[in-house]
Design a protein around this ligand. Structure first.
Ligand SMILES: Cc1ncc(C[n+]2csc(CCOP(=O)(O)OP(=O)(O)O)c2C)c(N)n1
Ligand SMILES: [Mg+2]
Length: 254
């Protein structure tokens, strides 16, 4: 009891799909409020709440117990406070029409984007692990030495990517930057240079991008023979003119 709403949100988070959640009024009173988090994450579940103002299942076993009687909370009006849209229906026809409206509307694109970002992050980590395994014996690499950051657009307003670092006390440090969505037609901005910056403003060169693929993507790797990447958590991608086009921060603590 109370599993439906959080379970459905978990399905949205894990699959990017739009769940149909069926829930009793008693169960919704326990955990239905979690729906208030959906707008933030771009999830748009459809929730059918069966409101019989009762803990009806318990009533079967314990008909004498008055606690099975619930008040009739008007859940349809609560939906708006949680960031959604609610409708109360009492006939099959009205239910059918409300479900059709729910299917047409919603925040589905947001949910897809959220799931896509999750997927690309997992893909970036997988790619990094693969590349690292090519250069360094896998038994030497600990997962806790690998750190990830996300790159966001700065001056041009387009593009993004990931930066991954291997920061190890025992083996060579290594960085990999994956960019995507830069303008492949803007050849005057090539080459892009990748730099790592620490809190004191000290910089390390982490490679250059001489060409972009058709999607405006590229990968650059750099092995640091002498430098230790500890503290070099800011990552910038700078174009040939000197403008920072992408930047991000690596979380070296996790
Ligand atoms: C966590 C938890 N608490 C209590 C119960 C006992 N319980 C089983 S069904 C029920 C009432 C369910 O009410 P509702 O969600 O309105 O569904 P209905 O039976 O009315 O369709 C309760 C309290 C349970 N199964 N799980
Ligand atoms: Mg009920």
């Amino acid at each position: 009891m109370g599993f439906g709403v959080p379970g459905g949100i978990g399905v949205a988070a894990a699959t990017g799909r739009r769940p149909l959640i069926l829930v009793g009024d008693g169960a919704f009173q326990m955990t239905g409020w979690e729906l208030g988090n959906c707008r933030r994450y771009g999830f748009d579940p459809i929730v059918v709440l069966f409101n019989n103002a009762s803990w009806e299942m318990l009533r079967v076993f314990q008909p004498e117990s008055r606690f099975n009687d619930l008040s009739d909370w008007n859940f349809a009006t609560i939906a708006a406070s949680l960031g959604g849209h609610g409708e109360r229906v009492t006939t099959r026809r009205a239910l059918k029409e409300a479900l059709e409206r729910a299917r047409r509307e919603g925040w589905a694109p947001g949910a897809e984007r959220a799931a896509q970002a999750e997927r690309s992050q997992a893909e970036a980590l997988e790619r990094f692990q693969h590349v690292v395994s090519q250069v360094i014996p896998s038994e030497a690499v600990s997962e806790s030495d690998m750190h990830l950051g996300q790159l966001s657009p700065v001056s041009t307003g387009t593009g993004g990517g990931f930066v991954l670092q291997l920061v190890s006390p025992t083996i060579l440090d290594f960085s990999m930057v994956i960019v995507n969505g830069l303008d492949p037609a803007a050849t005057e901005l090539l080459p892009y240079r990748v730099r790592l910056v620490d809190v004191d403003g000290d910089e390390l060169r982490a490679g250059r991008i001489d060409e972009l693929d058709a999607d405006g993507g590229a990968e650059v790797f750099h092995q640091f023979k002498r430098a230790d990447l500890t503290g070099f958590t800011t990552v910038v991608v700078v174009d040939a003119i000197g403008d920072v086009v992408l930047s991000g921060t690596v979380d070296q603590s996790s």
